[in-house]
Write a protein that binds this ligand. Structure first.
Ligand SMILES: NC(=O)c1ccc[n+]([C@@H]2O[C@H](COP(=O)([O-])OP(=O)(O)OC[C@H]3O[C@@H](n4cnc5c(N)ncnc54)[C@H](OP(=O)(O)O)[C@@H]3O)[C@@H](O)[C@H]2O)c1
Length: 270
């Protein structure tokens, strides 16, 4: 069967692709830039944009891994109803919807449809830690706010594996799954784990909220995005740090640990 993976070039989407391929399925990957997709050769890479539903090829597709963002600024995708209608008309049966931290218009359109939908609600991806790589490589130090606020990040490969599982097996329709890793860790603890994986001492410099806001502004982030980051990182909702057993229940094995993630990605920090 053929599965359409949107966001296939992203941190989680690449793992959805590899999990579906490993299960012996055919994968069609949607990207706005096929020439830069760097996906495995057996993947059918197609050009398309979720903000323009007519460009999204649902024909012959059994299941869809669907993003809820419509651009590089993580803006909420507003074309959900049209995408869902086109998917239904084309005969799609299952949709795994990857939320963006909140139930938005795409999730609502999918829930109102006749499709067998499953909502994936991951906490922060472990892969977000890669934004620390440049300063770790350059100066062996990180400068971050909210050093002692816990989070239970999930390995993006587990998000990919869960999406592939709900798309290819029964029993997941109409369910919302909160996906976390196996432990809650503060930012300071995550840096210590990266330090251990590298065998190199790293310094953690705590930024005040005002310093963090200035830095994000200098990086060009809009004020509302900065407010979102401050709210999420400074006082996250309980689901961001409360460990769930969902990954293990769906995959039949424990979720990957942050230590595993740090070892796998150590070369990117050196
Ligand atoms: N990162 C996290 O901690 C986290 C946590 C919870 C949920 N999520 C959600 O997970 C999703 C993926 O996150 P990520 O970190 O894997 O993202 P990412 O690595 O930044 O990748 C973003 C992906 O979105 C695709 N994309 C963006 N706008 C598009 C459009 N208009 N049409 C088609 N494709 C578009 C990009 O495809 P091309 O550039 O190839 O077109 C790319 O594959 C996001 O929806 C995010 O909200 C992320």
């Amino acid at each position: 069967m053929t599965y359409l993976v949107t966001g296939a070039t992203g941190k989680a989407g690449r793992h959805v692709v590899s999990a579906l391929l490993a299960a012996g399925e055919r994968v069609r990957a949607l990207t706005r830039n096929p020439a830069e997709s760097a996906l495995p050769p057996e993947v059918e890479v197609v050009a398309g944009d979720l903000t323009d539903p007519a460009t999204v090829p649902f024909d012959g597709v059994t299941g869809v891994h669907l993003l809820t963002i419509g651009g590089d600024d993580y803006a909420t995708l507003t074309t959900g109803p049209e995408l869902v209608k086109r998917a239904q008309d084309a005969g799609v049966r299952r949709i795994a919807v990857l939320w963006n931290g909140d139930v938005g218009p795409v999730e609502e359109a999918v829930a109102a449809s006749e499709l067998a939908w499953t909502r994936l609600q991951p906490t922060d991806f472990m892969g977000n830690t890669l934004h620390l790589a440049p300063s770790i490589r350059a100066e062996g130090q990180v400068r971050e706010p909210f050093s002692d606020v816990p989070a239970a990040p999930v390995h993006e490969a587990d998000v990919g594996a869960v999406s592939a599982a709900v798309l290819t097996s029964d029993g997941h329709a109409g369910k919302a799954y909160t996906l976390t890793g196996p432990e809650a860790l503060t930012a300071r603890q995550r840096v210590a784990r990266v330090s251990a994986a590298l065998g190199r001492e790293l310094t953690f410099v705590e930024l005040t909220e005002a310093q963090a806001r200035d830095r994000w502004r200098d990086q060009g982030l809009a004020d509302d995005m900065i407010d979102t980051l401050v709210a999420w990182q400074g006082s996250p909702p309980p689901h961001a740090y409360t460990v769930t057993n969902t990954v293990a229940e769906i995959l039949g094995r424990p979720p990957r640990t942050f230590d595993e993630w740090a070892k796998e990605h150590a070369p990117l920090f050196t």
